[in-house]
Write a protein that binds this ligand. Sequence first.
Ligand code: UDP
Length: 344
Amino acid sequence: MRVLSVVGNRPQFIKSGPLSIALREAGIDEVVVHTGQHYDRELSQVFFDELGLAEPRYRLDLHTADPAAMEPAIAEAVARERPDWVLVFGDTNTTLAGAQAAGDVPVAHVEAGLRSFDLSMPEERNRIAVDRVAELLLCPDERSAAQLEAEGAPGRREVVGDVMADAARIFGPLARGRSEILGRLGVEPGRYVLATLHREANVTQVDRLRELVAGLERIEEPVVFPAHPRTRAELERIGARIPTVDPLGYLDFAALASQARVIVTDSGGLQKEAYWYGIPCVTARPSTEWVDTVEAGANVLVDADPDELVRAVEAAHMPERRPQLYGDGHASERVAAALYPRRP
Ligand code: UDP
């Protein structure tokens, strides 16, 4: 069996790491297509080096987020490789382009059925579009599977858990053992706040970015803020002087995330990682697709309001009871198994 995996940006490299291992172990041949949606070293190559990802057979180097520009080149790779599946991850424009370029090859969607119910987010529109065409819907939990059933998505649903939990399980302990990032940044475990912001709605709406930065600047503990290139450009444009560091590789970042007192973010993946690492999270977004973390009392949503942000960071704590969310860290093996045709 042959699978063609389409990846293009940071969270996809991370998701595809554990999956590549599981595919190899299941005897499945994987061909990787890298669209080049992310191309800075810190957002791309570093993950291939650290997580042992298969070298992409196709590096499209497109340097664009436009799915229409990606589709023809992906379709060409599909035509040449004739895979049994096209595997797409998450909710980015690379995900959408991969699903649309598959033609008559069935699509398997990792992270199917997630919804924030905020259609102004491009990610939400991508999720819905990909779930409509995917033949195999690989859901992180029962909630996402139920959502797909309610929408009448025609594909086969399998609840497999979350592949990002696999990455946190495999690489988290390794990161804490190996990384020297806390010492390099001069912070101590449990005594700093880790912040990331990169969502389109937060960084391109200058007023929101200003308010969020004002909130971060008023936090009394040290704030470590690895800034995504898009965020950095906007911070410069508005003349914000908040100290930032460059985006980090997965291992350094995991070491920081798993030892922070609080995480402030608008990232999807990081809200879950915070939960798995047992770190309370403040999410700077009006909605989230990871509602269970909020319901568990481990994640609080705040709007772009500095007072609200500061109060939420001060009050943030983990609940006493922490149900297991989004699987057991062995989703990749289940994905590999689900790719084999079912016997009638
Ligand atoms: N991450 C990283 N280095 C950083 C910031 C984030 O490795 O400097 C990782 C983080 O641990 C998580 C993933 O990137 O696994 C989240 O990606 P991102 O926030 O870009 O995307 P989203 O999850 O919002 O789709």
